[in-house]
Ligand binder design. Structure first.
Ligand code: MGD
Ligand code: MGD
Ligand code: SF4
Ligand code: MO
Length: 910
């Protein structure tokens, strides 16, 4: 495989931890550069050499066969020039006919800062509208709004080192073990080094993150404001306020305290549904610790009271002076790799650019002069949810979506579909050839992606790092900033003649310093004027990077000065607002949603990697065993979910019993979509209701009805190539698609299955079907072409390694054939779920090792290697160590029995 490897350092394109990645490059047999191997950069301050499972599998998700390679108009391949002209003319025409506010960009926290900067400049300074919003609206906007209310700027004060320096780590609405795994491992290490460090986990569910917690507050969803108001009241009642800090650096505490005083301990306990003794313990710990860090994420932000939740947390830090000091502060953890960069350049409908204020005439003029642009947006544009609502009413005529998949990720996806259908011109730039949004695009533009494009991203601790391009973009794919500049020029605008991303960065860096003099938090003017090669070599650095802080800044507010007009931080007086999506008799369950360990969002990349589908191969609906019993649902069975606004349309998911979910609540993953499931996309169930300050939708709290669905016939189809979606719909009522290394399988359910159609889709040389039920095997020259097995009672579960082995084998033996037809996989494959994806260690091996006396995560690692690679599976290993039940595996992999065992195990832990 090629000549001597060269090394390139870049940044992981997944989460906001922002890990450095060292890539060894080689050449393939055609002499083309390719990734030989990759590992975490030991020098990068975010990860010190660590990567989680998603980062370490980046090679597998960078596959050419799924890429969009050529621009398309109405499904037809066209050249770039034609595509650019079409987009430019479409936008110019809509603006000429209906004004600048009739067009919009919907962009992404997964773009690079340079892409984002150009998109924002084009929309605000040239088109003259602020209709540029982003998927960060669904992610970070409550944190932005909360910081601005309290500090006068979107300025996150903390840094990762605080994880090691704090005495009390409070994880609020974060499942960091799965979503920010490298930081979670830092927490684990910090606890090992300092056993006095306490960790509190505030989450309605018991999650992998709870494993590390000294205290789990399984809070009633949506009541975080009450919990933190209660803490503020407790601090005041026990005279634990930091009077010097409050008097010297804040304003408004009296009103905040008056509101908090309405929340004595018992009332908090009642509303949050928490034991008084746990609350008291938490409050005592907060008061007694000389430092405390609130690490918060989507359980806080994605709420119709998300901004208030953020301020309730900040109030407590201000009141106790636990801010601007090592180990202390309200630490908003960003989800996407560059949600921060987007906020910095101002790529949201409610911002201007680079921390300049959209509502200040002086700032608008300053920016217009700087850009020398023909116009300037002067009022807020439409935030994401409202943008699509207005579009559904015909008010948006042209839309350009970049790097996001709103058909899956926005609430009320039926409305999103109507909106896209109503919009006259829908342009989508993406790196993959198919997703649910691309399916509705008039123009599809092939974007270059990670490993092919150059620019910067900012991680959760304000650290700017370079993403570096080291592979040529495939086909005609181009970096987003280049596509944007080409369209801007075709629309007749000057100001978009950038030849290199470093030139964009330079323009942006200068802007942050413009008439700043310490007035705006964001200042990276010391990075202006870099040569291309200095930009290429740029080392990770935390903003501000100004004349005063050339080496960057670890923490903000160390001098107690904030960015409000009087320099004081604001307390915010807060009332409790219950979640807007209320349950009632008809829709009695709260549906919570979020992430699983090995998938990234809408699966366009991670869904391609067979290894990342093994940890959870289907979208489990997690439900408490007693609720399941009431509903007549068994583990593994399918359940149908509906919400009032969905008008009878259902989402259907297989059930997993989980005593770590509260009664009356459900949890489902956000990832599945129309490419992987017929009824698995949950976005339609969430009503488009948003926080009044941040406009962030409440994606953690839908009101739904649940009922069992019995399709009567269930099958697993193993095959070498995909079926068209139309074929699948003919074949069965319900399907899920799961990739394998050289092939795939479908899980099917149907009231009246049409299995016979398979023989028409894929005529076989030889087919065997003397098995149970509809089990059959189609062979080509003795090799498996496709194979079906069925089950009367629920979606089948067969070990992935077994399915893969049937595809990998050449001519199938008589034994293998009859095993399939009897529905009995070879026992060597019946190892249970894969727990460790790095070393492919399965549940049964772990349980056997535990039975043989390996009684710690470390010992399991020493004997099986599990947990010694990326470490993402360590919380699960630690949970298995607590299981009292010994492995009882039969031939197949019965989810029912695994579920029951998991339920027992969780119940014991509760
Ligand atoms: N594996 C993986 N990692 C990811 C991503 C991914 O897709 N996959 N995406 C990245 C992105 S963009 C993001 S934004 C982050 C998200 O990272 P997280 O916020 O950690 O992940 P989520 O699973 O969305 O939600 C976190 C928790 O909020 C809890 N929660 C729900 N309602 C409430 C409530 O009312 N109060 C409290 N206190 N908690 C509540 C949920 O039960 C859930 O466990 O993950 C990033 N990392
Ligand atoms: N129910 C529910 N819904 C949610 C959430 C939830 O917790 N629950 N979480 C919300 C949150 S926090 C987030 S961040 C969103 C995420 O939701 P999305 O942003 O919609 O999800 P992704 O799958 O990350 O979409 C990114 C798209 O960009 C493409 N892409 C990748 N690289 C590039 C590139 O360089 N250029 C371009 N042009 N395209 C590229 C990918 O192929 C993919 O299609 O989902 C939100 N929706
Ligand atoms: S924690 Fe994982 S997904 Fe996040 S940046 Fe690091 S390697 Fe990438
Ligand atoms: Mo996110």
């Amino acid at each position: 495989m090629g000549s001597a490897a060269s090394l390139c350092t870049t940044t992981c394109p997944y989460c906001g931890v922002g890990c450095g990645v060292d890539v060894s490059l080689g050449r393939n047999n055609d002499g083309q550069p390719m990734i030989d191997s990759l590992q975490g950069s030991p020098e990068h301050p975010a990860n010190h050499g660590k990567l989680c499972i998603k980062g370490s599998k980046l090679q597998q998700t960078n596959r050419l066969e799924h890429r969009l390679l050529v621009p398309r108009i109405a499904g037809q391949e066209v050249g770039w020039q034609q595509a650019i002209e079409k987009v430019a003319a479409g936008f110019s025409d809509a603006i000429a006919r209906h004004g600048p506010d009739a067009v919009a960009f919907y962009v992404s926290g997964q773009l690079l800062t340079e892409d984002y900067y150009v998109a924002n400049k084009l929309m605000k300074g040239y088109i003259g509208s602020a209709n540029i919003d982003t998927n960060s609206r669904l992610c970070m906007s409550s944190a932005v709004a909360g910081y601005k209310r309290a500090f006068g700027a979107d300025a996150m004060p903390c840094c990762y080192e605080d994880l090691e320096q704090t005495e009390l780590l409070i994880l609020v609405g974060s499942n960091a073990a799965w979503t920010h795994p490298v930081l979670y491992q830092r927490m684990e290490r910090a606890k090992q080094l300092n056993p006095a460090l306490k960790l509190v986990n505030i989450d309605p569910r018991q999650t992998a993150t709870t494993e590390l917690a000294d205290l789990h507050l399984a809070i009633r969803p949506g009541t975080d404001v009450v919990l933190f108001n209660g803490l503020l009241a407790y601090l005041a009642a026990h005279e634990l306020l930091d009077r010097d800090f409050i008097e010297g650096h804040t304003q408004g505490i009296e009103r905040a305290l008056a509101k908090a005083a309405e929340w004595p301990l018992e009332r908090v306990a009642n509303t949050c549904d928490l034991p008084v003794k746990d609350l008291r313990l938490f409050y005592r710990w907060f008061a007694d610790s000389s430092s405390a860090l609130s690490f918060f994420s989507m359980g806080v932000n994605q709420s119709t009271s998300g901004t208030d939740k953020v301020n309730a947390i900040i109030n407590c830090h201000l009141a106790s002076g636990k801010i601007g000091k090592p180990g202390s502060g309200p630490f908003s953890i960003t989800g996407q790799p560059n949600a921060m960069g987007g906020r910095e350049v101002g790529g949201l409908a409610t911002l201007l650019a680079a921390h300049l204020d959209l509502h200040s005439a002086a700032h608008r003029q300053l920016l217009q002069d700087y850009w020398q642009s023909p116009t300037m947006a002067h009022k807020a544009g439409l935030p994401a949810v409202e943008l699509f609502q207005q579009m559904a009413q015909g008010k948006i005529k042209a839309l350009w979506i970049m790097g996001t998949n709103p058909m899956v990720s926005l609430p009320d996806s039926n409305l999103v579909r109507q909106a896209l259908k109503r919009c006259e011109l829908v342009v989508v730039s993406d790196c993959v050839a198919h997703n649910d949004t691309l399916a509705l695009a008039h123009v599809q533009l092939p974007a270059a992606t990670w490993s092919e494009k150059d620019g910067t991203v900012t991680n959760s601790e304000r650290r700017i790092s370079r993403q570096r391009g080291f592979l040529p973009p495939p086909g005609q794919a181009m970096p987003d900033w280049q596509i944007l500049c080409a369209v801007a020029r075709a629309m007749g605008f000057s100001g978009f003649d950038f030849g290199h991303p470093g030139e964009i960065f330079d323009e942006y860096a200068r802007l942050t310093g413009l008439e700043n003099q310490g007035r705006r938090a964001l200042d990276i003017s010391a990075l202006a004027g870099l040569t291309h090669s200095e930009y290429d070599r740029l080392a990770p650095v935390q903003w501000p990077v100004s004349a005063k802080s050339r080496q960057g800044s670890k923490r903000l507010f160390t001098d107690g000065h904030f960015y409000t007009p009087d320099g004081r931080a604001n307390f915010v007086a807060l009332d409790y607002q219950p979640p807007q999506q209320r349950t009632d008799q008809a829709f009695p369950y709260v549906l919570n949603s979020g992430r699983i360990r090995d998938q990234w969002h809408t699966m366009t990349r991670t869904g391609q990697a067979a290894e990342l589908m093994q940890h959870e191969d289907r979208p489990w609906l997690r439900i408490h065993p007693q609720d399941a019993a009431t509903l007549g649902l068994a583990g593994g069975q399918l359940a149908a979910l509906s919400a009032r606004h969905c008008q009878g349309q259902q989402v259907i998911l297989p059930v997993k019993l989980d005593a770590g979910v509260r009664r009356g609540e459900l949890f489902a993953p956000m990832h599945w979509n129309g490419q992987f499931a017929s009824h698995g996309a949950i976005g339609s169930l969430f009503a488009p209701l948003s926080d009044p300050y941040s406009f962030q939708p409440g994606l953690k709290h839908a009101a739904v009805a649940v009922e069992p669905v019995d399709h009567q016939h269930y099958g697993l189809l193993l095959c070498r190539r995909s079926l068209q979606i139309g074929q699948l719909t003919e074949l069965a009522d319900y399907w899920l698609k799961i990739p394998l290394d050289k092939g795939l399988y479908y899980l099917l359910a149907s009231r009246a299955p049409n299995w016979h159609l398979l023989a028409q889709y894929w005529p076989a040389e030889e087919s065997l079907s003397q098995g149970r039920g509809a089990a059959c095997l189609a062979l080509q020259q003795g090799r498996l072409d496709w194979a079906l097995t069925d089950s009367p009672s629920g979606l089948p579960s067969l070990p992935t390694a077994y399915l893969q082995s049937l595809l990998d084998t050449g001519v199938l033996s008589a034994e293998q054939q009859s095993g399939w037809l009897r529905g009995e996989p070879d026992k060597i494959y019946c190892q249970g779920r894969q727990i460790c994806s790095c070393f492919k260690v399965h549940e049964k091996q772990v349980l056997e090792a535990i039975a043989a006396g390996q009684d710690s995560v470390g010992k399991l690692g020493a004997s099986l290697q599990c947990g010694t690679g990326c470490g993402s599976c360590k919380p699960e290993l630690s949970r298995l160590l607590k299981t009292p039940v010994q492995p009882a595996f039969s031939g197949g992999q019965s989810e029912g029995s695994l579920d029951q065992r998991a339920a027992i195990l969780l119940e014991e832990a509760v």
